[in-house]
Design a protein around this ligand. Structure first.
Ligand SMILES: Nc1ncnc2c1ncn2[C@@H]1O[C@H](COP(=O)(O)OP(=O)(O)OP(=O)(O)O)[C@@H](O)[C@H]1O
Length: 577
């Protein structure tokens, strides 16, 4: 049982609930035997005239009474069983989903580099659902059925051990069939899980790429990839059903052959006068009922034996170590990079970078596309841990800092703004969930959001749709600035937020940014060099190396990479189409 707890990642409460559910299921099973016993006793009374006795009508009425009471008991036991199994298992799987979400938040970004989104969605939804059904409709009934069948077996052996033996003689063979087929079934099951993952990944890609598929008329090739994935999922599902069906039917046929054996042996014993009619009838009745729970055990056993297939991915996910660090406070916001080298996969993308970003300064990161500007800013925010060197904020190595505490000091305004399918108000207040309504409004006003938000159908309570699809680029950008303003972090990262905006929106966003960066340490990733002319220092990156640094004037005088880039951009401004 302890193993089961680890296997299913149960909390202490979940484990206790599971044990309660097993007891509740066993009680239901035992309660279900009451009407059966009453029926046997009724038979006994009604058969009295055939053995020269009188029917005792008071007994019959008493048995009727017991029958009604046992029906009520069955109802109460079933209700209790439902509460203890289903409700508890839904609560537990909800907790597991939240645990996964919480764990994901603490994982380094390198983990997400190796996972695709649909796999994580499957983890949270489908794997948790499988565990939910294990907890509700597989494990408690399976164990309860096991207990009931064993108890019944012992009870029947007291009546007549020979018939009890006949009843259970086929059971080991049926179990053996399922046991021997378990490895084969597991392989099939693994293939089915993989096919489902592939299909959901294809569906996600298809939906995400809908715009491109439509605009480039790619319907044929993309649809065929999706079609192929769905087809192979169907094929493997049919195969699994068929093969599992064959094993289950064989086990069930062999098991139920026990009915014939009981009838045959029972009749022989009756003819020889070694058994009375009533116990024989009881065995006949029992034999038709007992195989139901045993078959249920057999079919659930397959699922239980494949449990690790379902839990394997969850285990990998939940056992991936989270980012370490306990320090919560920093004294200032001076940032220092010392011989920093970093790679995402195999190739170094940041190479031996050493630089200082003083508190309260504006530092611009410039360089050609792919030179490592975004990577440097993500490393300072500890989205990834570096492989060589040290990054310090306020004099402390960021690897010793608790990622959340570090993140509290930082706010980001990126070009690709992420908005949630929630109200405008909630999208802004993500910056500081404890902010009052007035503070949220003030941040929205300062970020020039107030006017367009008030023109929306429900004002601040308007739901934005998935990723704010109903807003323009500039509006989305201003909401993200309001969010950052509300966070009031000391270090601001700007990924040249205005690069893709029209002039009118650009002016508004620039004004909002001016409010945001006042008295802050600012790191801006600049694509257009005219925006960095006033920066306190400019770091020039080339192929992951820091090749130059200084102010605009200093770098222009150097006549190096920066000056070259600057001139190229100046020339391009003069181009017309
Ligand atoms: N998540 C990632 N996984 C693997 N490689 C990545 C990842 N992100 C970036 N890279 C690679 O790292 C290198 C630096 O990328 P980065 O985004 O930091 O450059 P950049 O200077 O910001 O580029 P741009 O100006 O085009 O945004 C590139 O070669 C890029 O392909």
């Amino acid at each position: 049982m302890k193993k089961l707890k680890e296997f299913l990642f149960l909390s202490d409460k979940g484990y206790k609930d599971l044990k309660k559910a097993i007891v509740a299921c066993t009680i239901t099973n035992l309660a279900l035997m009451l009407p059966f016993c009453v029926t046997v006793m009724l038979f006994n009374e009604l058969l009295n005239p055939y053995v020269g006795k009188q029917i005792a009508w008071n007994h019959i009425w008493l048995l009727w009474g017991i029958g009604v009471v046992s029906a009520v008991l069955v109802f109460l036991a079933a209700r209790n069983d439902y509460r203890k199994t289903y409700i508890a298992s839904y609560q537990e799987s909800n907790k597991t989903r939240l645990n996964i979400a919480e764990h994901l938040r603490k994982l380094p970004m390198s983990f997400f580099n190796t996972k695709d989104l649909s796999e994580l969605t499957t983890n949270m939804m489908s794997d948790c659902s499988s565990m939910e059904s294990m907890l509700s409709s597989t494990i408690p009934p399976l164990i309860a059925n096991g207990i009931t069948v064993t108890l019944t077996c012992i009870l029947l052996a007291f009546f007549d051990w020979r018939l009890a033996l006949c009843m259970y003689i086929t059971l080991p063979v049926a179990f053996l069939i399922i046991w021997l087929s378990k490895n084969y079934q597991k392989k099939l099951f693994e293939r089915q899980v993989q096919a489902k993952l592939d299909a959901s990944s294809q569906v996600q890609e298809y939906l995400e790429g809908m715009k491109i598929i439509k605009s480039c008329n790619l319907s044929g090739s993309h649809f065929s990839a999706l079609n192929k994935a769905l087809l192979s999922m169907k094929k493997i599902a049919v195969k699994v059903e068929m093969i599992c069906g064959v094993f289950m039917s064989s086990a069930s046929m062999i098991l139920q052959a026990g009915i014939g054996i009981v009838i045959f042996v029972g009749t022989m014993l009756l003819v020889k006068g070694e058994i009375e009619l009533l116990p024989l009838l009881m065995f006949f009745l029992m034999v038709t009922r007992i195989y139901g729970p045993i078959l249920a055990i057999l079919s659930q056993l397959t699922t239980l034996l494949n449990l690790n297939v379902v839990t394997e991915r969850m285990r990998t996910l939940l056992s991936t170590s989270v980012m370490q660090g306990n320090d919560k406070e920093i004294e200032n916001c001076d940032i220092e990079l010392e011989h920093v080298t970093f790679r995402y996969n195999t190739k170094d993308v940041i190479k031996d970078v050493t630089c200082k970003i003083p508190q309260g300064s504006i530092t611009a990161l410039v360089g050609s596309s792919g030179s490592g500007k975004s990577t440097i800013s993500k490393l300072i925010a500890r989205f990834w841990d570096i492989q060589k060197g040290t990054i310090r904020v306020g004099g402390k190595d960021i690897r010793t800092m608790e990622p959340e505490s570090l993140m509290r000091k930082m706010a980001f305004v990126f070009q690709d703004v992420t908005l949630f399918n929630d109200t405008v108000f909630n999208n802004i207040s993500i910056g500081n969930p404890n902010a009052t309504e007035e503070e949220v409004m003030a941040a929205a006003k300062a970020a020039y959001c107030d006017e367009f938000v008030r023109n929306m159908p429900d004002g601040y309570q308007t739901v934005l749709g998935e990723n704010g699809s109903t807003l323009s680029g500039g509006e989305r950008q201003r909401i993200s600035i309001a969010r950052a303003l509300l966070k009031n972090a000391s270090i601001i990262f700007l990924d040249e937020a205005t690069a893709s905006l029209d002039p009118e929106n650009e002016v508004l966003v620039q004004k909002a940014i001016a409010q945001l960066v006042e008295n802050k340490t600012v790191i801006m990733i600049a694509h257009r060099l005219r925006t960095v002319v006033d920066a306190d220092q400019i770091l020039v990156l080339d192929d992951g190396k820091l090749v130059e640094y200084g102010t605009h004037n200093e770098l222009m005088k150097k006549k190096g990479v920066y000056q070259k880039l600057y001139h190229i951009q100046q020339e391009s401004l003069g181009w017309t189409i």
